[in-house]
Design a protein around this ligand. Structure first.
Ligand code: MG
Length: 374
């Protein structure tokens, strides 16, 4: 690893783990976090969870797992360029979506609506809950017992009400303090990843077209460059060459703007980072271009009628499952019945949130399909 900047998170300035553990022998503490995340159950489930397209719609679309790997790649590259803690940044990137429900945002909205009277459901909080509590792998503790800064990075946002009951990890939301640069970075790398791969998946699915994308300057400009450099290029190559230039441009913009933000703020330590305004950012020039891209994706892809049909179905599956388990908790698998004794709605939310897309569909069939008894 390259020399770390004085404002990077290190083992020396870290607030450590909730439960003290013997130090690792051949790796760092943040590498250990990353490794625990890669080996946890919730991480493997990301393979079968929707990003935008339901998992079974096609084998080539992003899933939450491939999305998380792309976020980790972008995060890691930028972290190295900024001399930040790559292992921490990677751990945050790989775990940022662990708490997502099946069926993407439709699933989260549906579960949040079901949980309205029981404290709500929020995927960031659920990601933290997964690594703090729900994983059952270690003899001495629940969850993964991650470093404070990894957990802080996972909890990207949080309402003051929720922050107040989270103790140490929620305090920054009440005090208006920032998380580490590594956490801020993973958050924006998430955006770089999906804004670009959703264009790619949108084109691959045929729901959006290259012609439509002429209205998005950031895409149109890069495509012009590609076609001028390689006359006659077409098919998949023109798309990939265009998108990789977009990713690169966003990453470089972020690196340069963040460097100058750090210099302007006179930041020289991790404490300075926490007290300063958000330092990881795009340039003011890039923001309006990104807004055009995001609006395009919302109007033409996320709100495409074929996507909305899928999300509407997903919403009903989640509602039906939640209702069935609320009406009769004995329908829950035994371990969740046990949890339901303490808090029935939360146990149901944990069960549903942990499902993959296809598991949720199968469970729905098992509970509701007339004529199918097994
Ligand atoms: Mg994400």
């Amino acid at each position: 690893m390259t020399q770390l900047a004085p404002y990077a998170v290190t083992e020396a300035n870290s607030r450590g783990r909730q439960r003290a553990e013997a130090p690792p022998t051949a790796r760092g503490e943040f590498q250990r976090d990353r490794d625990r995340i890669v080996h946890c159950t919730a991480f493997r489930r990301l393979e079968y969870k929707t990003q935008v397209f339901v998992n079974h719609e096609g084998d080539l679309f992003r899933t939450r797992l491939t999305h998380s790997i792309e976020v980790a790649q972008i995060t890691r590259s930028i972290a190295r360029a900024l001399q930040l803690n790559e292992d921490l940044a990677e751990a945050v990137a790989l775990s940022h979506d662990l708490g997502h429900t099946p069926f993407g945002h439709a699933g989260q909205e549906a579960l949040n609506a079901c949980m309205k009277d029981f404290g709500g459901f929020e995927h960031n909080l659920q990601s933290l809950r997964t690594v703090d509590l729900l994983e059952e792998s270690y003899a001495e503790f629940n969850g993964l017992n991650l470093m404070h800064e990894t957990r802080e990075g996972i909890l990207k946002h949080c309402s003051p009400k929720n922050a107040a009951v989270l103790g140490d990890i929620g305090r920054r939301f009440l005090e208006g303090r920032q998380p580490s640069l590594e956490a801020q970075l993973a958050n924006l790398a998430d955006e770089i990843a999906y804004n670009n791969h959703d264009v790619d998946d949108g084109l691959r699915s045929g729901l959006i077209t290259l012609e439509q994308l002429e209205a998005v300057p950031i895409f149109a400009h890069k495509r012009q460059v590609v076609e001028a450099t390689y006359p006659g290029i077409g098919g998949r190559r023109v798309i990939h060459e265009t998108i990789r230039r977009m990713v690169n441009m966003m990453a470089i913009d972020l690196i340069e703007q963040t460097r100058s933000n750090i210099a302007d703020a006179g930041v020289g330590s991790l404490d300075d980072v926490r007290a300063a305004p958000r330092l990881v950012s795009y340039s003011a020039g890039l923001l309006p271009e990104l807004r055009v891209l995001k609006t395009f994706l919302r109007d033409n892809l996320y709100h495409h009628y074929q996507v909305l049909r899928m999300t509407d179905k997903a919403r009903r599956i989640i509602q039906d499952l939640f209702e069935a388990f609320m009406n009769d908790p004995r329908l829950l698998p035994p371990q969740y019945q046990l949890m339901a004794k303490a808090d029935q709605p939360r146990a149901i939310a944990d069960y549903i949130a942990g499902m993959t897309d296809r598991y949720a569909m199968r469970e729905h069939r098992r509970l509701f399909a007339v004529g199918e008894i097994h």
